[in-house]
Design a protein around this ligand. Structure first.
Ligand SMILES: Cc1cc2nc3c(=O)[nH]c(=O)nc-3n(C[C@H](O)[C@H](O)[C@H](O)COP(=O)(O)OP(=O)(O)OC[C@H]3O[C@@H](n4cnc5c(N)ncnc54)[C@H](O)[C@@H]3O)c2cc1C
Length: 384
């Protein structure tokens, strides 16, 4: 058999491509991962700040993230790789009647799906986030089972786990063409040719370009987000804090203290900044620092170590596109991860493996319906 023939070729060694490769190899598939970058996790995977929550607003994301949390939480014990997992929880404090109502309504749906999330008083919230600005605080959601991990360590762990399971990788090769035959797909890169039974599009920012190679018009448009990390300090607050209130130039922003004591933070620009430029700007720091210190004055003395900019590969409704499109049984979409590819990755990896090995369960079809390519994209995810 030629060295270039595989059961599955995954385009993209990122947040979702790596876990998918591991899960497929565990199903005894011969897997090749192709990536244009020089090593795994070099595009948006390493830009994520590491937040992992199941407290979403729809069935698909909730189910997938619950499974991801199980996988992340058990990773060190099962495989020996420390990924910096911390079950620190998530919180959405409310400072207006409107936000309180929105969050409480969403909690009804989240409770229907069995999520552990509750409404806590301002006093209780002040115990979790001591010194938080209490002026006008009406309470907060708190979901203690959500958590965080290091995206850098997780990419490395997944890469090692893939190698241990026999996955092949070719780095520095950009996929330039796909040709579909009756029983195989020919994958052309800028330096070689490969053949496989299935091809998985996990190309993140470039999902649309790769989709075009399969004749698809995928609505995935990256937009830019900046983040930063401080020096490590002794743990002084618990959960991820998501401040939903908009301000000039931005929507929500969020921050947490990771397992090494560093505070990591990120903001959602408004209007969105389309494109793939990853140069840090002079706008981000003044914009977020002012907001963070007003909300939580204790942050004022922290020293910031570095900042970075990356993208969310966005879809119009904020949900990913996952599954086989109609009439393309050899091509699988694993794209449009928006701001949640890190937390969705492990669960989606397993789902992908079940789809490609015809071992789906009843629940999978309900999950896939949330992420179908042929949906109308008119909905809106509550917290993209
Ligand atoms: C500042 C910031 C903070 C974030 N915080 C979080 C967070 O807390 N939690 C969370 O879940 N998510 C977060 N995200 C979002 C998360 O980073 C993305 O959703 C996720 O990385 C997307 O995963 P992906 O695998 O689709 O893409 P990527 O990880 O970008 O991987 C795609 C890969 O495909 C390769 N590729 C593309 N085209 C080709 C081609 N033609 N040939 C070969 N290779 C190709 C690329 O080189 C790349 O390595 C954050 C993002 C940013 C920017």
């Amino acid at each position: 058999m030629s060295k270039n023939i595989f059961d599955v070729i995954i385009i993209g060694a990122g947040s979702v491509g790596l876990p998918a490769a591991k899960s497929l190899a565990e199903k005894k598939m011969r897997v090749l991962v192709l990536d244009a970058q020089a090593s795994p996790g070099q595009a948006n995977a390493k830009k994520a700040i590491g937040g992992i929550r199941a407290t979403h607003s729809d069935y698909g994301k909730i189910r997938i993230s619950l499974r991801s949390i199980e996988i992340f939480a058990g990773m060190e014990e099962e495989s020996g790789y420390d990924i910096g997992w911390l079950r620190n929880g998530y919180s959405f404090p409310a400072y207006s009647e409107k936000d309180e109502k929105t969050l409480k309504n969403l909690m009804k749906i989240q409770h229907e799906f069995g999520l552990n999330i509750s409404w806590i008083s301002p006093e209780k919230y002040n115990e979790l986030v001591p010194g938080i600005n209490m002026e006008g605080l009406r309470g907060s959601t708190y979901s203690p089972e959500d958590g965080s991990a290091s995206p850098l360590l997780a990419s490395n762990a997944y890469y090692q786990l893939c190698l241990e399971r026999g996955v092949s990788f070719r780095f520095g090769e950009k996929v330039t063409d796909l040709k579909f035959n009756k029983d195989s797909v020919e994958v052309t890169t800028d330096s070689d040719n490969y053949s496989s039974h299935f091809v998985v599009n996990a190309a993140g920012n470039e999902a649309r370009e790769v989709g075009k190679m399969a004749g698809l018009e995928l609505p995935v448009y990256p937009d830019c987000h900046e983040a930063a990390i401080t020096e490590p300090v002794k743990r002084f607050f618990g959960p991820m804090v998501v401040d939903m209130r908009p301000a000039e130039g931005s929507k929500n922003y969020y921050f947490y203290q990771n397992n090494e004591g560093q505070v990591v933070f990120c903001i959602t620009p408004d209007p969105p900044i389309p494109g793939t430029c990853s140069e840090s700007t002079s706008v981000y720091f003044p914009q977020i620092a002012r907001r963070m210190v007003k909300l939580y004055p204790r942050l004022a003395n922290l020293k910031v170590r570095r900042s970075w900019r990356g993208q969310y590969p966005m879809t119009p409704d904020g949900f990913p596109i996952v599954g086989f499109p109609e009439n393309l049984p050899q091509y699988f979409n694993l794209v449009g991860m928006c701001g949640q590819g890190f937390m969705l990755g492990p669960g989606l990896g397993e789902l992908t493996a079940r789809c490609l090995t015809a071992t789906k369960n009843d629940d999978d079809d309900r999950i896939l319906a949330s992420f179908a390519f042929n949906r109308d994209f008119s909905g809106t995810e509550a917290f993209k």
